[in-house]
Write a protein that binds this ligand. Structure first.
Ligand SMILES: [Zn+2]
Length: 410
């Protein structure tokens, strides 16, 4: 099995990851421990579900997408590119510095400027990933170019002890979410469901797309459950993960989710453009992960629930604001398109990252509710499939969830 895994990694995913890149000040060697940890969890979960084997490896790929690679006979390999680790680390350091707004010269007035999303009025096709943040959001032909851009990007970051302490925890949490999301695709039998139903049945394209979205949300929910389980284990085992003020813990978790979802979709041309045929809006995905985390707490630790509710919401908003400030204040001058004759400053299309207050809250809630229904419908269809009673007509019903409402452009 080890030989097969090595061959798959070498031929398809860029081999083993580098543990040191000259000039780059990111602890790539941390992935050795993480890999061992994830691999151990995956093996015991597989055993408990009578799946032959699930292994986890970091790959040398500098790209963004983690995935499940089916090996043979119920054997799976979860591949996490080292590029994800590097990107999250550098991006977390960058965003973390924006928590100290005074130092960054951010005033209440500049917060107001970002109260609406100018992206809604611009043609998305005219945007591209600015040079400076290509190493966070874009993919590369040559690994060497990625590493040299990332080194440049990270050299502008703070590397003080407080930043490092918080960022290392944030990065670990983000990677738990990625790992648990991929593991859920295996444990929920999504691979089989895609083979036999999504690709195997004569379905409408719209139905296929809804089922894909539903499965992604199921995996997001499951990753939230797992994130909380792992976090509680860490918190119990090592007291420094559990600050005296527990809000800081939850804040970091909210922060890591926000950060992660802002770079998760490899199809983006800019911050927050996303592949709508497969994934729900990042805010909806964030909500699914948070619901999973909440589910875990409700099940076993009711006393933590109120702290989680406050702390994670605070984390969400602070991280959201930080991302906005970062993009607005440092990146805007480096991107184009200034509408002709316009007297406004060009802005990155930051879709719905600011909700424009109460006005758009209903809109967002409606979207979350609808996607939640898609997730639940997918779960019941998948369970029917696992019982061996699923018919093609059953699947068609999922189209009814969105058939009667206008498709939003969010
Ligand atoms: Zn997925």
């Amino acid at each position: 099995m080890a030989d097969l895994i090595e061959e798959v990694l070498n031929t398809r995913y860029g081999g083993k990851p580098p543990l040191d890149v000259e000039g780059l000040n990111i602890p790539l060697q941390n992935i050795v421990e993480l890999e061992k940890y994830f691999d151990g969890i995956a093996h015991s979960v597989a055993e408990s579900l009578n799946i032959n084997e699930v292994s986890v490896r970091f790959s040398g790929s500098t790209n963004i997408g983690a995935l499940v690679h089916p090996l043979d006979n119920e054997k799976y390999l979860i591949v996490i590119p080292v590029g994800i680790f590097g990107r999250i680390y550098a991006f977390a350091r960058k965003i973390w510095s924006y928590l100290d707004r005074k130092k960054k010269g951010i005033t209440e007035k500049s917060m107001l400027i970002m109260g609406t999303s100018p992206a809604d009025d611009c043609d998305e096709k005219t945007y591209f990933v600015p040079e400076f943040i290509k190493c966070i959001f874009d993919e590369y032909e040559r690994d060497a170019d990625f590493w040299s851009d990332l080194t440049k990007f990270d050299s502008t970051n703070d590397h003080d002890d407080t930043t490092e302490f918080n960022v290392s925890i944030i990065v670990n949490q983000a990677l738990v979410v990625i790992f648990a999301h991929e593991l859920a695709h295996v444990t929920l039998r999504h691979i089989n469901f895609i083979r036999d139903v999504v690709n195997g049945m004569d379905l409408d394209d719209r139905v296929r797309s809804l089922l894909r979205t539903g499965m992604e949300l199921e995996a997001d929910f499951s990753s939230g459950v797992q994130l909380m389980a792992v976090w509680r284990m860490w918190a119990g085992a090592e007291s420094h993960f559990m600050d005296q003020d527990r809000h800081a813990d939850f804040f970091r978790m909210g922060f890591s989710l926000y950060l992660l979802l802002s770079i998760f979709d490899s199809k983006k041309r800019s911050l927050y453009a996303y592949d709508q045929m497969t994934y729900a809006h990042p805010l909806v995905r964030h909500q699914a992960i948070r619901t999973g985390a909440r589910h875990n707490l409700t099940r076993e630790a009711n006393s933590l629930l109120p702290i989680w509710t406050q702390g994670s919401i605070a984390g969400w908003f602070l991280a959201e604001q930080s991302v906005n400030f970062f993009t607005v204040l440092e990146l805007m001058p480096t991107i184009s398109p200034q509408p002709e004759g316009a007297k406004v400053t060009p802005l990155i299309p930051v879709h719905a990252m600011n909700h424009a207050g109460e006005i758009s809250m209903g809109y967002i809630s409606d979207k979350i509710r609808k996607e939640q229904q898609i997730c639940e419908a997918t779960t019941s269809l998948r369970e029917k499939y696992l019982r061996g009673t699923l018919l093609r007509e059953d699947c068609e019903q999922i189209a009814a969830i969105t058939a009667h409402s206008a498709v939003s452009s969010l």
